[in-house]
Design a protein around this ligand. Structure first.
Ligand code: TXA
Ligand code: MG
Length: 338
């Protein structure tokens, strides 16, 4: 397939991509979280094409992206708690799971009666949805199981030749996928942590439940089906190391054929010649979120190493999302140094 490449430069530049979506094709586009792979959410065959292009199991539902939260009621049954949350946090890096209406095909929702609704804030994403005139179903634009794409080069690597168009909108602001919540009466259930933090959600409910699948290996059925898959994984096994600075440096100095993901302050303490990547300052979870997936991708085709050791990040604020993606990349393998 010949893939059209578009550099985003305002609404006009998106006209051909919007036409592709309207005609049932697929377009990878930037959002403020990660790049998405979009198709018409009202067209059951577009969803099937998305699953094929990503190599994704079709029981893993797609998020439906809208240009305006006011449109949500066309596609799902909203409620007063959703209205309050949407008024303050949409557009933004948040997905809310609500009961779907008939017009959303089950091929989009992986057979579920609910649908994830998200209003991205990135102008290219909102303009693409508005120009297409339809809601856009979009998972992250990576090949299934790989780290989500946060730069144009990542979608080019994964999807060139597999989809109709790729839109270059530079680097993503947050770098981790949206926070996903489900509403149950006055209760908010956190299914996936992101840039909308638990503190931000606590302004809307005193009752916030964190799904177990976020922090621990869980063999039951997670509330977000995607959380059950091994994700974000480089080809080389990864272990998260939990320990103080000196313990970490001495542990690393004893290793051979290993790569490291650490913080800026650590780099000069690690004597390996290659494969030492920092994902930002230890006290800045936002920068860590922005850089984590590109750090993981740097290990693709890395030769001469058999294992990656990553330092345990803070779990505060957006740090919970960094922690969650990292332990998922490790298959929940954490080594505690004592
Ligand atoms: O930031 C994001 O959310 C990005 C951008 C492109 O918007 N999208 C994204 O999509 O991360 P995806 O497909 O990679 O992850 C969606 C997650 C999956 O874990 C899926 O199981 C869950 O959302 N999900 C979607 N619809 C759901 C539903 N109805 N009920 C429960 N979980 C749902
Ligand atoms: Mg994904």
């Amino acid at each position: 397939m010949n893939t059209l490449k578009i550099k985003y430069s305002g609404k006009e530049s998106l006209v051909p991509a919007a036409r592709i979506i309207k005609n049932g094709g697929l377009v990878a586009f930037p959002t403020e979280t990660v790049y998405g792979l979009g198709g018409n959410a009202l067209d059951p065959t577009a969803a099937i094409k998305i699953y094929e292009a990503k190599g994704r199991p079709s029981d893993n539902p797609l998020i439906v992206h809208l240009s305006n939260a006011k449109d949500a009621e066309k596609y799902c049954f909203t409620n007063p708690l959703f209205e309050k949350i949407a008024a303050s946090l949409m557009p933004g890096p948040l997905t809310v799971i609500l009961p779907k209406k008939e017009c959303i095909p089950k091929s989009v929702t992986g057979g579920l009666d609910t649908v994830g609704i998200r209003v991205p804030s990135h102008p290219a994403a909102r303009e693409l949805i508005a120009l297409s005139g339809v809601p856009i179903a979009a998972p992250s634009a990576n090949i299934s199981g790989k780290p989500s794409p946060t730069e144009f080069a990542h979608i080019e690597h994964d999807l060139d030749g597999r989809v109709d168009a790729l839109i270059d909108g530079g680097c993503c602001d947050f770098g981790v996928e949206s926070t996903i919540i489900k509403l149950d009466g006055e209760k908010i259930i956190l299914l996936r942590p992101g840039a909308v933090t638990v503190d931000m959600l606590s302004l809307f409910s005193e009752n916030i439940v964190i799904d177990r699948a976020i922090t621990e290996k869980f063999d039951g059925v997670p509330l977000a089906p995607g959380m059950k898959y091994r994700h974000y994984a480089p080809d080389i096994p990864l272990t998260v190391i939990d320990g103080g600075d000196n313990e970490f440096y001495s542990f690393i100095s004893e290793q051979k054929r290993a790569g490291v993901i650490c913080f800026d302050e650590d780099v000069t303490h690690i004597k390996f010649e290659k494969y030492v990547f920092s994902c930002g300052p230890s006290d800045n979870s936002l920068i860590q979120a922005q850089k984590l997936f590109s750090c993981l991708r740097k290990f693709e085709n890395a030769d001469g190493i058999d294992i990656i050791y990553a330092r345990m990040p803070s779990k505060e604020g957006i740090g919970l999302a960094v922690f969650n993606r990292l332990i998922k990349a490790s298959g929940f393998t954490v080594k505690k140094l004592s």
